[in-house]
Ligand binder design. Structure first.
Ligand code: SAM
Length: 244
């Protein structure tokens, strides 16, 4: 998959995306990430990318001309998303859609934002990572890239992970996980997980996922049309862990 990023800090994105799973995706050819420095398309000796806002006000605004020039020179994959607080909320469903789309591009703002003609006439859509204001779009771009790239076939060791983890096929949060040692500071791993009874383990896991989702994200239960009779039976059979 090709992903192009337009930014005044290409090193921020390139550095983050060179480590761990993303670094491996790039090395083994699953991810073709290209970071474009918007300043390469400025025309003055100071490589000025911003200017004061028309109408006055605090801060600076990124100019449209170097952004148009950079995007037009790159022949980058569409859709091109501007990252910004006004955008469509990025979530797991959108990550799944983007992982299947072959390629896309991201444009990172800085300062007070970007000349609105970029939003109106250059980009295809705008993505927000949540109701919070960042200083720039680079962290948001890294978040989108990581969420999408890990879904590419072959990216993760365990192909079942995106199905069984939070927001996966069940639409629930994932259940609590435990590993060795069995006893740590007097806290013991739930007996069922050590029982070797795979069917019981599966039922326990589903029950814990339900408990956790009911407690922290009841909206997700509503979205899957509430609890089924089987869900209710499981909730009664397996009480929640001490801190779901
Ligand atoms: N003045 C803008 C406003 O009030 O909506 C905020 C600009 S912010 C300081 C600078 C840049 O950070 C934005 O152009 C955008 O690219 C990025 N950014 C900030 N918050 C973001 C968010 N929640 N999601 C995605 N990108 C964000």
């Amino acid at each position: 998959m090709r992903i192009d990023v337009f930014t005044i800090f290409p090193g921020l994105v390139d550095g983050f995306c060179s480590e761990s799973l993303l670094g491996k995706c790039r090395t083994n050819g699953l991810l073709d990430l290209r970071c474009h420095d918007l300043r390469e398309h400025t025309t003055d000796v100071h490589r000025t990318i911003d200017d004061s806002p028309f109408g006055g006000g605090a801060g600076m605004v990124m100019r449209a001309d170097p952004i148009f020039a950079s995007v037009e020179a790159a022949n980058s994959p569409r859709p091109l998303f501007l990252l910004g607080p006004a955008g469509r909320r990025f979530d797991q469903q959108l990550a799944n859609e983007l992982a299947a789309c072959g390629g896309f591009s991201l444009l990172c703002g800085r300062y007070e934002g970007i000349d609105h003609r970029v939003r109106e006439h250059l980009v295809d859509d705008e993505l927000s990572i949540g109701d919070v204001v960042l200083s720039g779009g680079e962290v948001a771009a890294c978040l989108v890239i990581e969420a999408v790239a890990r879904l590419l076939p072959g990216a993760m060791g365990n192909e079942a992970s995106p199905i069984t983890e939070s927001f996966g096929a069940s639409g629930l949060l994932e259940e609590p996980q435990f590993t060795r040692p069995n006893e740590f500071r007097g806290w013991v791993v739930p007996e069922v997980l050590r029982s070797g009874d795979h069917a019981r383990v599966a039922r326990w896991r589903h029950a814990q996922a339900l408990h956790r989702t009911l407690r922290y994200r009841p909206d997700l239960i509503e979205r899957r049309d509430g609890l089924s009779d089987d869900d209710r039976r499981l909730l009664e059979e397996f009480p929640p862990t001490a801190y779901p």
